[in-house]
Design a protein around this ligand. Structure first.
Ligand code: GDP
Ligand code: ADP
Ligand code: 5GP
Length: 206
């Protein structure tokens, strides 16, 4: 499928800073909207249904899988997460950009469904720092943190399948890198042709 809007996929091991970076990008760039996923995990602290996620029961999730409502879904850290068609297709069909914060299994499915999707992997600067961030965030129980760290090794081994890698050491630097990638998507020939058709016409290129 080919749509005018950009699909930006951001993956990272838990704690690398993916949510913080995407949140900051969304605050800076009103052309980018988040894709709100469905999940079977329970809401954390301040999370609100329809904002961070649509929180659904395993039965509701099954029904959506049956109805082919997802463009991708995966089992992550013992819960299921999925991107619904509705979460992205309308927006990119209208030429808007959408950012997906999803795990690497989902990222690979998105690449299959949308060849133009750009895949970005966020790495922490070190194992020590990854553990420290998970502990500092204070959202997960110690045994959950251990599981997330164990999964992180497998996830990071998938980084080579992504288009871009950002090492989130200094937050502001990593945010600049993320903005640069998003900006570059808008400078691609096809995107410029759509956005600046009059200029291309005036120059007799089209
Ligand atoms: P969440 O995105 O709701 O999960 O919240 P986080 O706890 O991940 O981040 C809270 C806020 O802190 C976000 O708005 C980030 O932009 C900001 N933030 C996180 N880490 C850093 C950092 O190292 N430097 C700076 N300048 N801001 C940060
Ligand atoms: P993820 O979404 O990848 O699980 P978060 O965005 O929740 O990760 O970040 C994990 C923790 O690390 C948060 O407490 C966040 O504030 C912190 N953090 C993110 N980026 C940095 C950074 N560059 N330096 C220090 N702490 C960071
Ligand atoms: P968390 O529970 O910390 O919010 O997210 C856990 C993991 O699930 C993260 O790696 C996140 O990227 C992934 N995730 C969130 N939404 C989706 C989704 O819609 N699809 C897939 N495949 N993974 C998701």
């Amino acid at each position: 499928m080919d749509y005018p809007g950009n699909i930006i996929v951001v993956s990272a091991p838990s704690g690398a800073g993916k949510s913080s970076l995407v949140k900051a990008l969304l605050e800076l760039d009103s052309h980018v909207r988040p894709s709100v996923s469905h999940t079977t995990r329970a809401p954390r602290g301040q999370e609100k249904h329809g904002r961070e996620y649509y929180f659904v029961s395993p039965q509701e999730f099954d029904a959506m899988v049956q109805a082919q409502a997802f463009v991708e879904w995966a089992n992550v850290h013992g819960n299921r997460y999925g991107t619904s068609k509705k979460a992205i297709e309308e927006r990119i069909a209208q030429g808007g950009d959408v950012v997906l914060e999803i795990d690497f299994q989902g990222a690979m499915q998105i690449r299959q469904a949308f060849a133009q999707a750009v895949l970005i992997f966020i790495l922490p600067p070190s194992w020590e720092e990854l553990r420290a961030r998970l502990e500092r965030r204070g959202e997960d129980a110690p045994e959950i943190i251990e599981m997330r760290l164990k999964n992180a090794a497998q996830e990071m081994a998938q980084a080579h399948k992504f288009d871009y890698v950002i090492i989130n050491e200094l937050f502001e630097r990593a945010l600049f890198d993320l903005k640069t990638i998003v900006h570059a998507q808008r400078l691609k020939y096809a995107a410029q042709l759509r956005a600046r058709a009059e200029t291309f016409q005036a120059l007799h290129i089209i």
